[in-house]
Write a protein that binds this ligand. Sequence first.
Ligand SMILES: [Zn+2]
Length: 80
Amino acid sequence: MKSSTNDIVKYNKHIEKKQLTDMPNNLMCPCGGGQSCIVDRRWLGDWVHEDDIFKNYGISLRKNCYSNYNEEQKKLLGLM
Ligand SMILES: [Zn+2]
């Protein structure tokens, strides 16, 4: 019984969410980060709307919030 409790503790530790403070400086987004920052959200494992769309269509993702959308990406997001 005791050992199974320990296993649960280990498991919980393993799935603990990443913290933004763990992010190396060179990975940080030039926008400064925030709730809607795609870099922050990817780091935290949060759902990113545009990534979801781009992945569905098999096209490349934006590197960060300041990257420009290419024509393909704009079209998919209805920005054209
Ligand atoms: Zn950003």
